[in-house]
Structure formats: structure tokens, C-alpha cells
Write a protein that binds this ligand. Structure first.
Ligand code: PMP
Length: 437
């Protein structure tokens, strides 16, 4: 084997103008992979990112909720480098490694609920969702799964079927797997109460599926793509009660809410309810692809040996990064930090309400914060205003993401490790952007 270290990625990869790369991208990658920005990343550190033309951006999007511990945290970089010097891949199901097992132990210890738990790892969030459904079906021997409108669970066939939004996720991609149903998710701002949501389940059981054929409910503690809509406690308690009445499992999808974002390691810790299965991904591994399912040991053990897994599932580099992430969350007290930062952000946004009546709602636990814009006269969702806020922020060097079934919500996913000075700079830009929109 050569010891040569002079291999370099195509040097042009790091150089050139943004416009040049946009043109090359348009010619070679399909439009279905819609790209948010027209600049190309060069390097990033904690909450800042620089493009290939040297422009700096403050990152309040964290690569869609993946970087609660920031870009390139030194402990994560060190953990990955250390693992690189041991091995990068064995396929866990072929040759196991201890770091996988000990990460599973750590997650099981920290997951909410009293029951004994087991944990397994995958690569993407959608894959975790698919496997949670496989496990639930295997345990119950039932086919049906009930999700909620506005939900996002992924882009693979089953997770796409569970997703409760047609555009852009489902159009043209059917038929979808059967036995998937959608109930109503509470949304007080839009007049949908917990009673409405629970009543919609009764309607489903009456009109569409016998509850005795339902394997699981799946829901997000705070809907992510759907608009940062928190699931009210009485709704979650109601769901648990209905699940227990009919022998249905409750799957909580923590893929966007997990790993200190909401002020707790898992958002579901806020409920007085035990969940049977939990999916997680994104911020678990600080930018490395890693996801998993944690659940009641008896449920997790339902699938036969060989029924679960995947070539890259629990990749060693990603597992090493995840150990570092859990350490950082503890040592840097990121659960508390999420609350401090989120409160500061919410205070700023609430302070703008009198000047900007389009601000209809500021919400979210910890640092899973959103601002929703409605036309003050008609109360219609104002997606145009929302787009202008995003564009005005970007022009001033702040990246924010939009979400919501009507595209009228700006969501904040700043790294929880962000420096105070950078965070305050971001808040100043945000305020200027909202006032200019
Ligand atoms: N579930 C939730 C709640 C998510 O937010 C996402 C991603 N936005 C997914 C599942 C799918 O994850 P992935 O894109 O890694 O497949």
C-alpha cells in the first residue's frame, strides 16, 4: 500500500465563484434536489460558515437541526480522527465494535421512561422511522400506522406515506404503502384543539380502520417541518390512553427535537407518559450520518435475527462522533443553554410584536423556537412576508430556515454552543430583517 499523502480532492472543488458552481450544479443535478442557497460552503466553525468567495454567514439553521453542538466542535473532530486511526467500517453485523454497544447503553440510560430499553442504530432519520414501524408491526402482528397532518417523517416510501404534506414531498410519487392514516394534529393558533385532534382518531376508527388492526401511532413532540407546533401535554396523554385501550404502540419521533434542542435531552421527557418506541437522528452525531430506534426491550426484540440492520447502520466514525456529542451536551450544559438562548430569542421577537403586527405567534420549548407570520387583517398565513424576512436576513449575513404547512414560519435552530457575541449579532440582524421585510 502506498503511503502517499499527496492525494487532493479536485482542487477546483474549493475554488471558483458561487455563480460558476450554481451553473455547473444546474446542469448536472436534478431540480428535485432543491437547494436553498446560491453560495457554496468552504469552511465552518461553531455557528459561522464561510462561502468559497470568503463571505461569512451566521448559521441559525444548523444543517436542519443537525448541529446542536455546532460546526466542527474540537471534541467531535478529535473523536472522528481517533476512530479513523482504528477502522472506518466493518459492517456492525459482520464484525461488531464496542463503541456501538456502549453508545446504545448511554442512549437507553438517558431515554425517558422506566421500562428496560434496547437500542439499535441506522443511518438516516427516514431509516429509523421505517425500522420503528417494522418493529411495531412485528411486535403487534398488526399492519396499520396512524400519523398526523403536518407531520414529516422522511422521504423513503413508508416515511413519505407517513408524512402529512403533499407538496413537495408526495406529489407524483404514489402509490404509497397501504394501511397508513392521518389524524388531526392540534394547532391552537389555527383553531384546532386537543379535543378536535382526539376526536379525529375516533372518526378514523369509525370510518377507515378497526383499531384492532393498528400497530402504532407516530408523532413528533414538536412538529418540525410542519411549523414547530408543540404537541400539547393533554393531547399526548390522550394518545397514550387511546393506545392503551386498543393495544396500539406509541412511537415518538425525536429526530428533529432530540439532543438538548428543546431544553431536555429528549423533548418527550416533558410528558408524563411512557413511549414504546423512539426514533432519533440529526444532532446525535454532530454532522455524521447516524440514527436509531430506542424502545421497550420486549418490543425491540420482536423482529427475528437478521430482520434489522444495514450495511452502514451504526457507522464507526458516526458512533465516535455521537459519544463526543453526548459528552459535550453534559459538560457544556447544553440543555440549560438551550433554554437561556431560546428565552433571549423569544423576548426579542415578542418585543417586535407592536411594531410588526404580522408576528402572530412566537413559540417553542428551549431553543426550538419559531415565529409565525399571519396577515394582521385577514389572519391568512403570510408566506411572502416570511420569504422576505429570510431574504433580508441572508442579505445581512444570517441564515434562517422556513417551515410550516403554509410556508409562513421562520424556525430557529442555532447551535446551542453558539458564542454570546455571535448569537447577539444574529439577533440584531434578525430584528433588522423583520423590520425591513
Ligand atoms: N423525522 C423528522 C421529525 C424529521 O424532522 C426528519 C428530517 N427533517 C426526518 C424524520 C427524516 O430524516 P432524514 O432526512 O435524515 O431521513
Amino acid at each position: 500500500m502506498s503511503n502517499s499523502t499527496d492525494f487532493k480532492l479536485d482542487s477546483g472543488f474549493f475554488k471558483g465563484s458561487n455563480a460558476e458552481w450554481v451553473a455547473r450544479k444546474d446542469a448536472i443535478t436534478p431540480r428535485g434536489v432543491a437547494v436553498g442557497q446560491s453560495f457554496y460552503a468552504d469552511k465552518a466553525l461553531n455557528a459561522e460558515l464561510w462561502d468559497i468567495e470568503g463571505r461569512r454567514y451566521i448559521d441559525f439553521g444548523s444543517g436542519i437541526a443537525v448541529l446542536n453542538t455546532g460546526h466542527r466542535h474540537p471534541k467531535i473532530v478529535a473523536a472522528i480522527k481517533e476512530q479513523l486511526d482504528h477502522f472506518t467500517h466493518t459492517a456492525y453485523q459482520v464484525v461488531p465494535y464496542a463503541s456501538y454497544v456502549s453508545l446504545a447503553e448511554k442512549i437507553a440510560q438517558r431515554a425517558p421512561g422506566k421500562s428496560t430499553k434496547k437500542v439499535t442504530f441506522f443511518t438516516t432519520g427516514a431509516e429509523a422511522v421505517e425500522n420503528a414501524v417494522k418493529i411495531a408491526r412485528s411486535y403487534t402482528g398488526r399492519p396499520g400506522v396512524i400519523a398526523f397532518n403536518g407531520a414529516f417523517h422522511g422521504r423513503t416510501f413508508f416515511s413519505m406515506a407517513l408524512t402529512g404534506k403533499v407538496m413537495p414531498y408526495k406529489r407524483g410519487f404514489g402509490p404509497f404503502p397501504g394501511d397508513v392514516y392521518h389524524a388531526v394534529f392540534p394547532n391552537p393558533l389555527h383553531g384546532v384543539t386537543t379535543e378536535d385532534a382526539l376526536a379525529s382518531l375516533a372518526q378514523l376508527f369509525k370510518n377507515d380502520i378497526d383499531p384492532a388492526r393498528v400497530a402504532a401511532f407516530i408523532f413528533e413532540p414538536v412538529q418540525g417541518e410542519g411549523g414547530f407546533n408543540p404537541a400539547p401535554a393533554d393531547f399526548v396523554e390522550g394518545l397514550r390512553k387511546i393506545a392503551d385501550e386498543h393495544g396500539i404502540l406509541l412511537i415518538v419521533d425525536e429526530i428533529q427535537t432530540g439532543f438538548a434542542r428543546t431544553g431536555k435531552l429528549f423533548a418527550s421527557q416533558a410528558y408524563n407518559v411512557e413511549f414504546d418506541l423512539m426514533t432519533f437522528a440529526k444532532s446525535l452525531a454532530g454532522g455524521m450520518p447516524l440514527s436509531g430506534v430506542c424502545g421497550r426491550a420486549d418490543v425491540m426484540d420482536a423482529p427475528q435475527p437478521g430482520g434489522l440492520g444495514g450495511t452502514y447502520a451504526g457507522n464507526p466514525l458516526a458512533v465516535a462522533a455521537a459519544h463526543a456529542v453526548l459528552d459535550i451536551i453534559d459538560t457544556e450544559k447544553l440543555e440549560e443553554r438551550a433554554v437561556v438562548l431560546g428565552d433571549r430569542l423569544k423576548a426579542r421577537l415578542n418585543g417586535l410584536k407592536t411594531k410588526v403586527p404580522t408576528i402572530a405567534d412566537v413559540r417553542g420549548p428551549g431553543s426550538m423556537v419559531a415565529v409565525e407570520f399571519l396577515d394582521p387583517k385577514t389572519h391568512a398565513p403570510d408566506a411572502d412576508f416570511t420569504k422576505r424576512v429570510q431574504a433580508e436576513a441572508l442579505a445581512r449575513g444570517l441564515m434562517v430556515l422556513v417551515c410550516g404547512v403554509y410556508g409562513n414560519v421562520v424556525r430557529f435552530l442555532h447551535p446551542l454552543t453558539i458564542e454570546d457575541t455571535v448569537f447577539n449579532e444574529g439577533l440584531d440582524i434578525l430584528e433588522a430583517a423583520i423590520l425591513a421585510a
